[in-house]
Design a protein around this ligand. Sequence first.
Ligand SMILES: *Cc1c(COP(=O)(O)O)cnc(C)c1O
Length: 459
Amino acid sequence: MGSRSIIEPFRIKSVEPIRMTTHDERKRFLEQAGYNPFLLRAEHVLIDLLTDSGTGAMSAEQWASIMRGDESYAGARSYYRLLDVVADIFGFRYVLPTHQGRAAERILFSSTCKPGDVVPNNTHFDTTRAHIEHVGARAVDLPIPEGRRPADIHPFKGNMDLDALDALIGEVGADRIPLVMLTVTNNSGGGQPVSMANVRGVRAICDRYRIALYIDACRFAENCWFIREREEGYAQTSPREIARELFSYADGCTMSAKKDGLVNIGGFLACNDEALAKQESRLLILTEGFPTYGGLAGRDLEAMATGLEEVLHEDYLHYRIASTAYLGRHLTEIGVPIVQPPGGHAIYIDAAAMLPHIPARMFPGQALVAELYLEGGIRAVEVGTVMFGSTDPQTGEETTAAMELVRLAIPRRVYTQSHIDYVHEVMGDVFARRERIAGLRMTWQSPPLRHFTARFEPL
Ligand SMILES: *Cc1c(COP(=O)(O)O)cnc(C)c1O
């Protein structure tokens, strides 16, 4: 049994064709897109690993939920179903539906933070950081040291550095820290999990200083599976019970249901504080909608409630984490350097280690992304100097990122093992000719978030 393949725990009843293009076509499409995969047409991509956000496949039961959705403006049945599911899994009393995660972030941070405040996190996701900075507060990343070193192996590389948290609170004062946040799994840190012991440790520090703890819950189910597999004492605990314990330590959460909600759009903000929930509802009404639908249709609420139930199924999580590890293992076998160990939702290739002849200012990650598309129609994304660097407008000098990574994000329930085999075969062919891959020159950019629209030329 143990050595058998871990199969996709579903069969396929509706298919969407994908089309192979020729090398000449891809060369033309890539030139037209200025060597930026965000500017490609999706229909020109064969295997799309740009993101795992909102790109998953819904189940037959979720499509049935779409038909059951109650489209009443106020007090819809679908809202109360979502409320019940969130209360049962996350244990929070107040739930504000939002159209996606960043809307929940905007409402949370504009209700709790003022200029000069500080918000610590294991690692802020880019929209989280942007919303904190937007209200004049400071976002501080406090990952454990192993979290910043791609090749280091650690079972919970997403953990927060507890000593650093304690020191930061001592330095700025608890009254300037409205909340501490933990991102599970740590997306920007490679999809790495946070241990239950670490959550308890953060909670103890928050208790000592009477600071609220919020969880960025986007990939909570994947994190719970890692706890079950890797943390002492959880091997026999169901993912649902692990989730209940994890959220019992928190005062609230933000959620992008485009990840572990298994839907294409949706999110929510939840907490137990009645006064805060009331204040947040007023903002919700202003920009998202009436509190029982947020920015969503009744059918979206219903599909999200069903998705939150399904994402905790053991067969699903077993397959999900094993299939990401499968890609990581095959890439490692052919010598491709990746962030170790593989995370939950994506594999991150260390482009600086793979292409040491391309300096950061010539964008090794972006060059690798272009080659993956040219070689096999695969779309990935650079997470390096294009995304986090900047160009000095006076000198043209490039400020480079700490790491030059390429992310292969795996959409949920979309691709089969043969698609993934194709990905590592293409990667193998690119890897074999890595010494002949040249860097790129950025010909146009528009900061901030320049990576979405920048254009390049090969050197
Ligand atoms: C995607 C994501 C968000 C933002 O959610 P959106 O639905 O894209 O607005 C916040 N935090 C993390 C960790 C995410 O991965």
